[in-house]
Design a protein around this ligand. Structure first.
Ligand SMILES: [Zn+2]
Length: 680
């Protein structure tokens, strides 16, 4: 069949696509020849009957490899256009190079066959629906992929054998450079050498990458970095946690030449991932290949230490299983400020362990202050309470009623599900009909239709199974006994939660069964967002937790009371009164005169003397002047009932009210008469 016979008016109505691809920018610039060949292809298409404006050039993929369709928008666009049946002709210099990956290539061929699209290269015009053409195209595709594979294998083999001899030039970490004769030597810059030495020395003392970063930041020391594989410009940057780990894990500092420390994998979306390998699986490891900052022994010791640190603080600590500590929300608490997982830290307070929730991931990475740290005991209590509240008789009753209501509507739901099965059956029948009607000789189309029919049948079986499964689940009605059991939960659960035999670990397990996660945000108040497993949310607003010295402050109400009572009582009397009432200090200790004096001084309360003086009372000196007597005699007159006194303190001192004129007269008379008698 000649080329002209393959082309129908139908093809000419549709667009012709010219796919242009050059792997590298250099090819794009240098290969003017291929541009000429591509122009010739255009003319060929025009000669075959396509109008100039029907020919579209797809060149979005210039400088992309054809090894995979991922990341090649031009190729994907081409596939879409062909799939939609917009293309009558696809052109390329060597069409098999459209895709050098057999699965991409065959997909394109199949689409071309289905949508009746022709393929044109410099040699011939192909119709994917014709067996000979299809065979030829398939072979070309396979050869093209094999060619790429061979080139790759040859290049990689060369790289590997060069690496085995330790001669492959690899990027060097800071502290090393290539000499003029291509050997690895210490960086001639003394400052760089010092910085690297100081880094490893600091790690030896500090024991963790995090504290090494902090030490560097505190001292304001920056770390060197050279662009272009250790030979470019020198730059000084802040040390980060990730960078510190990279340096510590790099065996080149121990003088070892290494190659192939990671394995490369391609994901289904075409992304490349790197997976680190253990030391014994590295492709090449040559020890003592060049000068070193560390011995191999020191390097291995560092690795051991980093592994130990990772177990204590690292990733496996977060979201781990419930542990023995008392922090209820361990592993399920999120930071409301940055969204990261928060970790738990314990403090010793009066012999008890007190948890605090800390968001420190970012802080660890950059040696900065941590994001937020929130004392945990108040939060645990509040969350525990709201967990208990959600398992009340009322809420369970409501849930059961909703369940009952759903049961009642089952028929409606059942009808809807049945319709889905019906639809699947109809589609399967249609696919069968299409398959029956096709010309058996047209195997390509018949195959596609048969596959379609099979797919529809599978969907039908799936829909039926799904329907059965749901129907059976619906029929499982709650028995009265089960209902009672669920309602019993309301009384059993709080008992279990508060039971003294339940460990912290048990409570954590229960909390995790009910809670999805808890988000903490510290603002003017503490916002606690509790997310339950069922999808319900609850927002708790708690007062900000007190820190150490705030917690030790006496309650304001108690202080007011002390202020008020000082008008009536001396300090000792007041302490006794408060203790009688069962009040105690913030440290749960009984009051004493000394403690009360301290509180008054701290809070700036008036002294008892000041208070009495304000009430118009006088000291012994003042009253002595008033009655014309000696201060030493004043207490005697009080005992005689001539003066009224109010106790000032516990040493037996008094303050006195102003005496009435009659009493003064009496005192004066008795003083004048017989001073000695008066003393007696
Ligand atoms: Zn945070």
């Amino acid at each position: 069949m000649s080329a002209e016979q393959k082309i129908t008016p139908e093809h000419l109505k549709r667009t012709a696509y010219l796919y242009v691809r050059q792997s590298t920018l250099r090819q794009v610039l240098e290969h003017a020849e291929s541009a000429r060949r591509q122009y010739a292809l255009r003319q060929r298409a025009a000669a075959l009957g396509w109008r100039e404006d029907q020919i579209i050039v797809v060149d979005g993929d210039t400088a992309h490899t054809a090894a995979s369709a991922a990341g090649r928008e031009g190729f994907q666009r081409l596939v879409i256009e062909v799939g939609l049946g917009h293309a009558g002709l696809v052109m390329g210099l060597e069409v098999s190079r459209l895709a050098r990956n057999c699965s991409d290539w065959h997909r394109l061929l199949e689409l071309c066959a289905l949508t009746d699209t022709l393929i044109l290269d410099e040699e011939a015009l192909y119709d994917a629906n014709q067996f000979n053409d299809r065979l030829l195209l398939g072979l070309k595709g396979a050869m093209s992929e094999a060619e790429l594979h061979l080139i790759k294998a040859r290049l990689q083999g060369a790289i590997l054998s060069k690496a085995r001899r330790g001669e492959l030039k690899l990027p060097l970490p800071p502290g090393f450079v290539y000499s003029l004769d291509e050997r690895v030597v210490f960086d001639p810059d003394q400052q760089v050498q010092q910085a690297v030495k100081h880094f490893f020395e600091t790690f030896r003392h500090a024991g963790s990458a995090g504290s090494t970063v902090r030490a560097f930041r505190r001292a304001g020391i920056k770390f060197p970095h050279r662009h272009q594989a250790g030979s470019g410009d020198l730059q000084w940057e802040e040390l980060t946690h990730a960078r510190a780990l990279e340096l510590l894990h790099n065996p080149r500092y121990a003088g070892a030449y290494v190659f192939g420390r990671t394995r490369t994998r391609r994901t289904s979306e075409g992304r490349v991932t790197y997976q680190p390998l253990p030391t014994d699986q590295w492709r090449v490891l040559i020890k003592d290949a060049h000068p070193a900052y560390l011995t191999w022994g020191q390097y291995e010791e560092n690795q051991q230490r980093l592994r130990g640190n990772a177990h204590a603080y690292g990733i496996d600590r977060r979201q781990g299983p419930p542990r023995e500590g008392c922090a209820l929300l361990q592993g399920i608490v999120l930071c409301g400020r940055c969204g990261r997982q928060m970790t738990v830290r314990y403090h010793q307070r009066q012999g008890r362990l007190v948890p605090a929730y800390v968001c420190q991931r970012e802080g660890v990475a950059t040696g900065q202050p941590i994001c937020q740290c929130i004392p945990g005991s108040g939060i645990d209590e509040a969350v525990g309470k709201s967990v208990l509240e959600c398992v009340t008789p009322l809420s369970l009753e409501v849930a059961l009623n909703v369940q009952q209501e759903l049961q009642n509507r089952l028929e409606e739901v059942d009808r809807l599900r049945q319709q889905q099965v019906q639809r699947a059956r109809y589609e399967a029948d249609q696919a069968q009909l299409r398959y029956m009607r096709v010309d058996p000789n047209n195997r390509l189309v018949a195959n596609t239709l048969e596959a379609d029919w099979n797919g529809k049948l599978r969907a039908l079986t799936q829909a039926q199974e799904e329907y059965e499964k749901h129907r059976q689940a619906d029929q499982q009605k709650l028995t009265e006994a089960q209902r009672a059991q669920i309602l019993n939960l309301a009384s059993d659960f709080p008992k279990l939660w508060q039971s003294p035999t339940a460990t912290d670990k048990d409570r954590k397990r229960m909390a995790r069964l009910l809670l999805e996660d808890v988000t903490l945000l510290r603002g003017k108040t503490l916002t606690v967002q509790v997310r339950f497993k069922g999808g319900a949310n609850r927002c708790l607003n708690l007062p900000l937790p007190l820190n150490g010295w705030q917690a030790r402050l006496t309650q304001p109400e108690l202080l007011n009371e002390i202020d008020r009572l000082l008008d009536e009582f001396t300090e000792t009397q007041l302490a006794a009164t408060l203790n009688e009432r069962g009040c105690c200090s913030s440290l749960k200790l009984p009051f004493s005169a000394r403690r009360i004096r301290g509180l008054c001084r701290y809070h700036g309360f008036k002294s008892r003397q000041q208070r009495l003086r304000e009430r118009g009372l006088l000291g012994s000196r003042g009253i002595a002047e008033l009655i014309g007597s000696k201060p030493i005699l004043v207490d005697y007159w009080r005992q005689q009932g001539l003066l009224k006194g109010v106790p000032l303190n516990d040493k037996g001192e008094y303050m006195y009210e102003r005496p009435d004129p009659e009493a003064v007269k009496q005192i004066k008379m008795r003083t004048r008469l017989k001073p000695t008698e008066a003393l007696a």
